[in-house]
Design a binder for this molecule. Structure first.
Ligand code: AMP
Length: 457
């Protein structure tokens, strides 16, 4: 294992990494940084949670010319959540240097403000292919000075049908540039993309990834119609604070979430048909522990950056082994033990056979009868989320909200959980015990001297 010090990083970067708590490089960072820093093309197999963002983020920041107000690095991401996450990480990595602008360019929001931000100059850009392509076509984004392009979760971008758009974006880069490709899996499409757009790429696989994270995995055979009972059994048995239940369809998502709620198991559905606003609210409430169960489709769950999932449940086996691996890989991250459970009806047993072959493993089947006989104990969420009609653009800061709650109201600081700021609204998690008091306080009091409508999210 190498050290950050041995990589020839600037003093400012080294002390910033220290402050961020990055004391030693992760496996992917040790393997990739010497090449990414040297400007070589790299194709790396890496999952979310491996530290891959810094593996490309550190060289992006180290090589920036701060006085050149033109995009010098571009990160393409499959989803808005991932692009937001990458932007946050790049800002953290760049904070030792003054005046570095990192911009997110994603669809689903008006393009006008993005054009405004671009005209003020940005150094680094993270975004989704569709919107980046829109800007290139409109001429509002110019990549003439972009010396590095990163394809993050490249396999997901291909899955989502972004191949053509990605290729057309890559055509806009100057002749001499570095292409970094990060992907959790390496299907044929990734190889083709690499052959076409990379020059003598260095192949990198982090050993830790190959060893696989520490995940305890079980399979249960159920009969059609027993799925809900089995889910309730699992939730009662393991009492997870955070669990994702994967479903095949939007309809199944809604039905399962609704039935779980009816039986007292708090659950939220996440699928592609949600409006962006609702999607944000669902993600915030799941991440801030106001709801322990997220029922999601694969597409909707892509790029979600939610750590410390204790449990992943497949309500039915995934379409193919790769999707299964991707789902299950969401638990057991960052050295923590994870648990994954797959429910399977006899009609779908062949999918488990395929999985066993693809992964050269033997499925361990659990005892369904005991699962169905489990005493039902729905876990009460630790927090409830309040939504305040004022956000970042209204100059509201997390400290203002915390102050309004803990000041006169006498709510202890420890009862206030995560505070998420959006442009024009804010979400605050309050421990259930104090939630009503918090609502009353915010409804009658002021934040920054102003009255702001507040409601349950
Ligand atoms: P990523 O895979 O890039 O999403 O990173 C996963 C998490 O690990 C992020 O929260 C990073 O801030 C954190 N991280 C990345 N590199 C390091 C490191 N060298 N030491 C400690 N934490 C890290």
């Amino acid at each position: 294992m190498s050290l950050f010090k041995e990589l020839g990083l600037s003093g400012a970067m080294l002390s910033n990494l220290q402050q961020l708590g990055f004391h030693t490089p992760t496996a992917i960072q040790s393997l990739a940084l010497p090449d990414t820093l040297a400007g070589r093309d790299v194709i790396a197999m890496a999952q979310t949670g491996s530290g891959k963002t810094a593996a490309f983020g550190i060289p992006l920041v180290e090589r920036l010319k701060p006085r050149l107000f033109a995009p010098q690095g571009l990160v393409l991401c499959p989803t808005r959540e991932l692009a937001d996450q990458v932007t946050r990480s790049l800002r953290e990595l760049a904070r030792a240097q003054a005046n570095i602008k990192v911009l997110t360019l994603c669809g689903g929001v008006p393009i006008g403000p993005q054009i405004g931000s671009l005209s003020h100059g940005a150094h680094l850009i993270a975004g989704t292919p569709g919107r980046i392509d829109d800007h290139l076509r409109k001429g509002t984004l110019n990549l003439d000075h972009c010396s590095t392009v990163v394809l993050d979760e490249a396999d997901r971008m291909l899955d989502m049908g972004f191949q053509e758009v990605v290729e057309s974006i890559l055509e806009h880069l100057p002749a001499r540039h570095q292409t970094l490709l990060f992907s959790a899996t390496w299907p044929a499409g990734i190889r083709t993309l690499s052959k076409r757009f990379q020059k003598e790429p260095v192949d990198i696989r982090a050993e830790a990834e190959e060893a696989g994270p520490d995940i305890e995995e079980h399979f249960y055979e159920i009969q059609p119609g027993q799925e809900l009972a089995a889910l309730k059994g699992l939730l009662s048995r393991y009492q997870p604070e955070s669990c994702i239940v994967f479903c095949g369809t939007r309809k199944q998502c809604d039905e399962i979430a609704e039935s779980l709620n009816e039986e007292g198991f708090a659950a939220l559905a996440l699928h592609g048909d949600l409006e962006q606003r609702d999607r944000d609210s669902v993600l915030v409430r799941f991440a801030n522990r106001s709801c322990p169960v997220l029922v999601a489709t694969d597409v909707a769950a892509r790029g979600l950056d939610i750590r410390a999932l204790e449990l992943v449940i497949n309500a039915e086996p995934a379409r193919d082994p790769e999707v299964h691996t991707h789902r299950v890989g969401r638990t057991g991250r960052a050295g923590e033990k994870g648990r994954a459970v797959t429910l399977c009806t006899p009609a779908r047993a062949h999918k488990i056979n395929r999985l066993e072959q693809a992964r050269a493993m033997k499925a361990e089947w659990g005892d369904t009868a005991s699962l169905l006989a489990e005493q039902l104990r729905p876990a009460a969420p630790a927090f409830r989320t309040l939504c305040i009609a004022g956000g970042r653009k209204d100059k509201v800061r997390a400290g203002d909200i915390l102050g309004a709650l803990t000041g006169d109201a006498g709510i202890p600081g420890t009862a206030v959980g995560k505070i998420d700021l959006a442009d024009h609204q804010a979400f605050v998690a309050v421990s259930t015990e104090y939630a009503d008091k918090a609502l009353a306080q915010l409804a009658h009091g002021k934040i920054k001297g102003r009255r702001m409508p507040v409601r349950w999210a």
